[in-house]
Write a new protein. Structure first.
Lengths: 380, 96
């Protein structure tokens, strides 16, 4: 597939865009040899940054790196293996489309489907519950992935009395705890975090205050317009250079300090945080969401424990993804350009790692839009 | 998966809203949105649920990005495809 060029960067408010870029250049002109390093943790942020070619207009003293912001990419291989095992054992499995081609230890859900397993693509957990309702005599497992924004929908469906043949294989992940881990990774150099706007609309920006106090790093909540992103970068750079860590809400049209309390209540009635592995990163204390004890009747891991146990006894062959640098890319240590497989052995048609599968994976996004290439900046 | 998509509420029946997305009508659940929602309001939707009522003064600015993405139908754009997936997450209307 031909690579699409980044959209021409046109600010809706030119003067404001120009002023933000000028401020960023002024505030980082003493950091050209050692650029200020800001990490975002949202695949949609990477899409917007790459699509609008923002990196090509940022000053040389500022570097924006990618964190673990792609929910599909951080779903751990053993979690994929569980979904594959259930599908291969004859159970109907429904999940979001991006999950199909993500490689597990042995195979993907798409491979299982190719061999006759019933794997359904849905766009919402509601559709999966309706699928179960339409075929009440057979079990249906929804492989539930995504961050807190998406987990809220899963919780809401469980709270609405889903059919008895419906159950969940949960791999939901919770962003705030992984920031704690990435902030302390020895090889990752991050001086401030741009937090995802829509996830923060659920949690509220107040959730990041303890993080700032513990790590002394600023956090800005950012939206998805070029101007929203630049405002977030400017707030972070200002705090970094003056040594005053704090939280800035640069997306006030969507995010409040308290967040969406009603959504939080539903989320925490159904789920509780637990430690879990984020693929390519590490084990993250409180980074996974598991069903609370009172919802275990909807837990596919309980319901189909014997099938999953049998599958676990099959040893996984050595992974062929040895050279894949997806983990380093999600830890802000490498970019796709540093990976020997990128665009050669690894393409959207033949992905070797999860970051090339998902529309929110950095490799897929750079494949589509180009990455940090210094494309002719055409700022209007 | 977290981009969401804004739409205009046409009608409300209990916890279900009929919502207009650029001329496409879909059903969206109101279980998790925490502000009162009325016909005429704009809401941000994710996987079939409204998660936030968009403040009136912010509607134009919020829609602008999506107007641009959805206008590019002739181009296979990754970000636009994610917005279309969000539209598919809202339920088609039951007719009759």
């Amino acid at each position: 597939m031909a690579e699409a060029a980044p959209a021409r960067l046109e600010f809706r408010d030119r003067d404001r865009g120009r002023a933000l870029l000028d401020a960023l250049a002024r505030w980082t002109d003493d950091r050209i040899d050692d650029p200020v390093s800001i990490m975002h943790v949202c695949g949609s942020h990477e899409q917007a940054i790459a699509r609008f070619g923002l990196r090509s207009v940022l000053p040389p003293g500022l570097r924006v790196i990618t964190g673990p912001g792609c929910p599909v990419c951080v779903t751990d291989a053993p979690e994929i293996d569980e979904a594959v095992a259930l599908a291969e054992s004859g159970i109907r499995v429904a999940t979001y489309g991006d999950m199909l081609r993500v490689p597990g230890s042995r195979s993907s859900l798409a491979d299982a489907r190719g061999e006759g397993a019933r794997v359904e693509v849905v766009y919402s957990v509601t559709q999966a519950a309706e699928m179960a309702l339409a075929s009440p005599d057979e079990p249906l497992v929804f492989f539930a992935t995504g961050f807190e924004t998406t987990a809220v929908a899963t919780a809401a469906v469980l709270l609405r009395d889903p059919p008895a043949n419906f159950s969940l294989l949960t791999a939901h992940k919770y962003i705030p705890p992984v920031m704690e881990i990435v902030a302390e990774m020895p090889a990752t150099r991050v001086e401030g975090f741009l937090a995802a706007g829509h996830a923060a609309s659920i949690t509220g920006w107040g959730v990041f205050e303890p993080f700032v106090a513990r790590h002394g790093l600023p956090v800005a909540i950012g939206g998805f317009e070029p101007l929203d992103l630049l405002a977030g970068f400017a707030a972070l750079v200002e705090r970094i250079r003056t040594g005053r860590p704090g939280v800035d809400n640069c997306f006030p049209r969507m995010v409040t300090r308290e967040g969406n309390r009603r959504a939080q209540q539903q989320l925490w009635r159904v789920f509780e945080p637990t430690g879990g592995v984020w693929r390519g990163i590490t084990r993250v204390p409180n980074g996974n969401l598991q069903l609370r004890a009172e919802w275990q009747r909807f837990d596919a891991r309980q319901r189909f424990a014997a099938r999953l146990e049998r599958a676990r006894r099959i040893p996984a062959p050595p992974t062929r993804a040895g050279e894949c640098r997806c983990g380093d890319i999600m830890a802000g240590i490498a970019t796709p350009a540093d990976c020997a497989l990128f665009r050669g052995a690894c393409t959207p048609a033949l992905p070797r790692g999860a970051c090339m599968v998902s529309s929110e994976g950095t490799c897929r996004i750079w494949h589509e839009y180009g990455g940090a290439d210094p494309l002719a900046a055409d700022v209007a | 998966m977290c981009l969401g998509v804004p739409g205009r509420v046409l009608e409300i029946d209990g916890l279900v809203a009929r919502v207009d997305f650029w001329g496409v009508e879909r059903e969206v659940r109101l279980d998790v949105v925490d502000q009162p929602v009325e016909p005429g309001d704009f809401v941000l939707n994710h996987v079939g649920f409204a998660i936030r009522r968009i403040p009136e003064e912010e509607i134009e600015q919020t829609l602008a990005l999506y107007d641009e993405l959805l206008a590019e139908l002739e181009r296979e754009d990754l970000m636009a495809a994610d917005v279309r997936s969000e539209l598919a997450g809202a339920r088609p209307r039951d007719d009759g």
